[in-house]
Every structure is written in C-alpha cells, then in structure tokens.
Design a binder for this molecule. Structure first.
Ligand code: F6P
Length: 344
C-alpha cells in the first residue's frame, strides 16, 4: 500500500514515536511506502511531502515535537480544499491517510471520510486527554509528569516564603492535567473547567488551612477553568486566528484575587507550552508505538473511518464519529472520591 501520514493541531510528545511505528510496521512487515505530509493539511493541499522510511525515522523515538511539522486549520478553510485533498491523494496513488490529531483534526477527518469518501484512519493525540472513545491519549502522562515536577519544586519555595503558588496548567475544556498533577503534586486546591469555582470559597479553604499552621499552599488551575456565574469578572479574552477563545491568564486572575482577599503573599506560575515540549515519558512512547502499529494494521484491514483507541488494556478500532465534535470531561469521581480527600 501507499499511505500518507500527517500530524495536525498542537504538537504533543509521542508524535514521532507514532510515525516511527507506522513506518516500521508498514515498511518492514507489510511492504508499504509511507509518505509524510508537511505541516498538516497544508502539506496535503499543496503537495509538500517527505518520504518516511525506517532509516529516516532513526533516533526519533525520544524526540518531542513532530518531524512532519503541524498546523491548526483544515481543508474546509478553503473553497477548493476538499477537491485538492482528493486530487493529491489520487495523483500520488495513495490508498489512504493516517491523521494523527486531537479533537479538531479527528472531527475534520470524520467529515472528510463520511461526507467525501476519503479513506482516513485517525490516531488520537493531545496532552489534554480529552478525546472521547479512548481511555488515554499519548502525551498526557508526559504533561502530567512535567506539571508534577514543577509543583514539587514550587512546594519548597512556597514553604520558604509562606506563599500561595497558583500554577496554571493546560486543559482548554477538561481538567485532566490539573486533576492528575494536583493529586500527584499534593495540591491544596484544583480548579477545572468541569466545575466552575467560587473564588471566595477557595480563599476560605486557604484561610482554614493556614489557620491550622500550614503557611504554604499550591493551587492548580486548568487554563479553561471558569468562575461560577456572578462570582468573579473575567475580562474578555478574545479569539485566535481559528476562532478559538484565547486562554491563559486565569492563573494570574486567581492569584491576584487570592492575594487581595486573604492577604497571603501569592504568586502565579504559568507552565504553558513547557508541558508540550521535550521527550515523552516511557509510558507515552509505548502507547504511541502501539497506536502507530495499530493504525497501519487498520489500513490493511480496511478500517477507514476509524481511529486507534486504548480501551482497558487493549488497542482497538473505534469509529471516528465516536470522537468527532465531542470532548471527554475529567472523571468527576476521581475529583470527588480521591483528589478532594487531600484538598484543604
Ligand atoms: O494541545 C492542546 C492544548 O495544549 C490546549 O490545552 C491549549 O489550549 C492549546 O493546546 C494551546 O495551543 P496553541 O498555543 O498551540 O494554540
């Protein structure tokens, strides 16, 4: 077979491990030719490619980022986008495409397959871990480890100065990173998009804790966390080039309010894209490798319109429509039954 591969959306540790596995199994076991498209859909529409071989992928397993480059945006942003994708695939003799992407890319892939008959297999990617249909996405454990390492370091400086540290982590629609890093890092409070927060209640918790003789606290805030209606004004944050609300900054606001309302010295720490960079954890390398192997096998089984997913301990094929247009909220039992036992 001749199969194209692209990486779409934000980058994520483990992307290269997926590509490497597709190439390895495709070339060595199935005798495939794998074509890499550069910069996501842009590369397909403008036919910018790079050959992907076992040789060219050597040394990429531990490398963060993506050797293919990535972009946001899709063929639907252009009047002739879908026709250009179809023409490129036919002229290049491709049997299908493997799209490694997050919610946005998988939703685009699902429409291209369902409405336009384009042969696509998806691989779920995002540090946010918010894709429906898979128990985990690769990149998530790496982001959690990075955030946890940061929180560990913040404990000692917070304790030395008797400060509250407000750590903003990624998580546009879901609090997976915040909840896991909060549990792993021993946070005092975790604020997530799934549960609008009352800043006054947060402050009271901190005051209670400090009245018991603990003078340092860590508050973890997901970037998509929102105050409960009428509790705190959030300035209009604007949108990026793709119409997504620009996030980032809730940590500053929460830190300002805590400092103002409690009188405790408070500092914001924005981890930002540090969480997405660098080498994947061993777990993410294994998960990425399993996803890549499954994706090329699914192409040979004719499972177009599906994505590789982790369900329990197994990698299985699930229809793309399961994931398309949805986001997976954090398990609130994990928050209520486990995380909050340790919160102030
Ligand atoms: O990869 C998902 C994500 O990390 C979100 O949590 C975050 O809002 C977004 O990417 C930011 O990405 P960028 O700055 O690349 O648009």
């Amino acid at each position: 077979m001749r199969v194209g591969v692209l990486t779409g959306g934000g980058d994520c540790p483990g992307l290269n491990a997926v590509i490497r596995a597709i190439v390895r199994k495709g070339e060595r076991v199935h005798g495939d030719e794998i074509v890499g498209f550069l910069d996501a859909w842009d590369g397909v529409m403008n036919r910018r490619t790079t050959p992907l071989t076992v040789e060219s992928m050597r040394g990429t397993l531990p490398r963060g980022g993506t050797v293919l480059g990535t972009r946001r945006g899709s063929p639907f942003d252009h009047d002739d986008g879908v026709d250009r994708v179809r023409a490129a695939m036919s002229d290049m003799g491709l049997d299908g495409l493997i799209v490694i992407g997050g919610n946005g890319s998988l939703s685009v892939a699902e429409i291209l397959h369902r409405e336009h008959g384009i042969a696509i297999i998806g691989v779920p990617k995002t540090i946010d871990n918010d894709i429906v249909g898979t128990d985990l996405t690769f990149g998530f454990t790496t982001a959690v480890q990075i955030a946890t390492d940061a929180i560990d370091r913040l404990h000692t400086t917070a304790e030395s100065h008797d400060r509250v540290m407000v750590v903003e982590v990624m998580g546009r629609h879901s609090g997976w990173i915040a909840t896991h890093a909060g549990i792993a890092g021993g946070a005092t409070v975790v604020l997530i998009p799934e549960r609008p927060f009352d800043i006054e209640e947060v402050c009271q918790r901190l005051v209670r804790r400090h009245s018991r003789g603990r003078f340092a606290s860590i508050v973890v805030v997901a970037e998509g966390a929102v105050p409960a209606a009428g509790t705190l004004d959030v300035a209009e944050r604007g949108t990026d080039d793709f119409g997504h609300i620009r996030l980032g900054g809730i940590g500053n606001l929460v830190a300002d309010e805590i400092g103002r309302r409690t009188g405790f010295e408070t500092r914001p720490v924005l981890l930002g894209h540090v969480q997405r960079g660098g080498t994947p954890t061993a777990f993410d390398r294994v998960l990425s490798t399993r996803f890549g192997v499954a994706a090329i096998d699914m192409a040979h089984d004719g499972c177009w319109g599906s994505m590789a997913a982790l369900v329990g301990a197994d990698i299985v094929s699930v229809p793309l429509e399961v994931a398309a247009g949805r986001t997976r909220p954090v398990d609130l039992n994990l928050v209520g039954d486990v995380a909050e036992i340790f919160f102030a």
